[in-house]
Design a protein around this ligand. Structure first.
Ligand code: PRP
Length: 209
């Protein structure tokens, strides 16, 4: 048998959904479910090896070819870009990018250049460039909703899933930007060298989502 195909999963919720999907395909994911602090886990009956990583690192490992495939959100793909194939929309991890601001605040009012806080400066820059609008972008590492509350920013560009975080902090969506969901990505060389195995797995996944 070939060496296992290595698949990098984004730790957390996407990891759980992906393990659920692999089990639906009939693979025994006991080692992943009982992983403790281990980061590389076998899924022997699928001839897979699961690597658990942060979203940005999933892309780095797949781009460098040390992982053949990865599961990562479209948000991270749009922000990091990079060279790999994006093969399947897995349908889970659904949310959206939105521009939000304090409830009732006229984000588009006035002549002053607006300040926008975000964990995703590339997506934010592209979005406002496409509108021909000049904004100052401030990079924040987490809980971006704080920035308008602390009056560091006029608005935020962030992921909205249920909308609860915005609501509980007195913010509201001004505009939806783009929908987001988990994607299966594949290293370009792996796609050539292990085409049959990858295509079989993709076909199985497509049948089960
Ligand atoms: C994400 C996002 C929002 C929140 C949206 O944050 O940045 O803060 O989830 O979810 P909701 O619409 O269901 O309330 P995450 O939980 O990843 O934490 P972080 O902001 O600290 O990175």
């Amino acid at each position: 048998m070939n060496k296992p195909l290595r698949i990098a999963l984004t730790k957390g919720r996407l990891e759980k959904d992906t393990v659920g999907l692999l089990e639906k395909l009939g693979y025994d994911c006991t080692a992943v479910r009982e992983k403790g602090r281990k980061l590389i886990l076998p899924v022997p009956d699928g001839n897979l090896e699961v690597v658990l990583a942060k979203a940005n690192d999933v892309i780095t490992y797949v781009e460098h070819g040390v992982c053949d495939m990865g599961v990562v959100g479209k948000d991270t793909i749009m922000e990091m870009q990079g060279t790999f194939f994006e093969l399947v929309d897995l349908g889970f991890g659904r949310c959206r990018f939105a521009l939000a601001a304090k409830k009732g605040s006229p984000f588009y009012g006035g002549y002053k250049v607006k300040t926008v806080a975000t964990k995703y400066p590339t997506i934010t820059r592209n979005y406002f460039e496409s509108k021909g609008m000049d904004v100052d972008i401030v990079k924040i590492e987490g809980s971006v909703e704080l920035a308008p509350l602390l009056e560091l920013a006029d608005g935020i560009v962030d992921i909205v899933e249920t909308g609860t975080t915005l609501k509980e902090n007195g913010l509201e969506v001004i505009e939806d930007i783009v929908p987001v969901s988990a994607r299966l990505i594949v290293n370009t060389v792996s796609m050539k060298l292990r085409q049959a195995e990858i295509e079989n797995l993709v076909a199985l996944i497509e049948k089960n989502i």
